[in-house]
Design a protein around this ligand. Sequence first.
Ligand code: HEC
Length: 312
Amino acid sequence: MLLKVVKTTALVVLTICTLNAANFNAQAEKDRLALINYFEAKFADPAKNRSTFFPYSTDDELKNNIMGGLKHADFALGNYAFSKNGQASYKEIKEFPPTEEWIEAGEELYGKAFANGKSFKTCFPDPVAAGSNYPMFDEKRKEVVSLTLAINECLKANGEKPFKTTKGKMAHLQAFFAYSATEEEKTVNVKIESKEAQAAYERGKEYYYTQRGYLKLSCAACHVQGAGQRVRNESLSQLLGHTTHFPVYRLKWGVKDKNNDGLGTLERRMSGCIKDEGQVPPKNTSKEMRELLYFMAYMSNGMKIDGPDFRK
Ligand code: HEC
């Protein structure tokens, strides 16, 4: 009898322990699945479900531009996923992608020796892993490490000057990593495996849903509730798939650069949106930015990495 009680207690304790260990991402997983359901419902039949999801869209947009029948994987294309016109020009540009030379520049940087004889290969022996493992929660440091931070830490550790975090070499190297992961058909696979990682995720989520500034805008106002609506001449894209394709070449950034180098990091894009909210964005390698990134990337879990890509 006693033995039976001991055995049962041991089993219960064991079950609770394993449940806890496996459960740090339970809330995140719930959030992710809810988001997929929401966007699939929203873009199932936009014209039919107009009053629920598209009350502000015009007849013309619903009839001639916003497409329906979208499934999870489709959302990776940003606003080109649902905009008929957008998708047509996207496919055209994709035939001669403006990103190729920057991938090559990144590959060259990857192999180039630092002053101490080492190179990025020392820090990132596998470019595919570098392109698919970030952002990650580093369980030893107890913080989120983004690819941007990891690259600059590598430079510093080798006595080199850190890169700018928005464009140029940082974006080139990331393009090479993203391309390597894309070629290997990697998917986003962000892990939440501890209490601290879970807390970091929750803080990132909080940031995403918090209204800011005199317009009281949150990221979610535009990229969850607002996705599919038009803001001036832009269609708002959905959070789902927002981190799968960076760095991104933007036509708008290209015309501003003397070498037509319009490639920029995800952080550059995010801070642009934060500025549009009327806010001063947190630094690109700050804890706040990394945790925001961690949340966003988790939402894209399971989706194919497809970078570098381009956007308007
Ligand atoms: C007032 C609306 C608005 C708000 C608020 C806003 N954005 Fe955006 N965002 C845009 C527009 C417009 C674009 C360009 C069209 C598109 O892809 O949605 C964009 C694009 C993006 C993209 C690029 C999408 C892609 O497919 O490459 C990301 C990532 C992004 N926003 C993140 C954020 C984050 C993070 C926040 C909150 C800090 C935020 N946005 C807040 C309007 C907004």
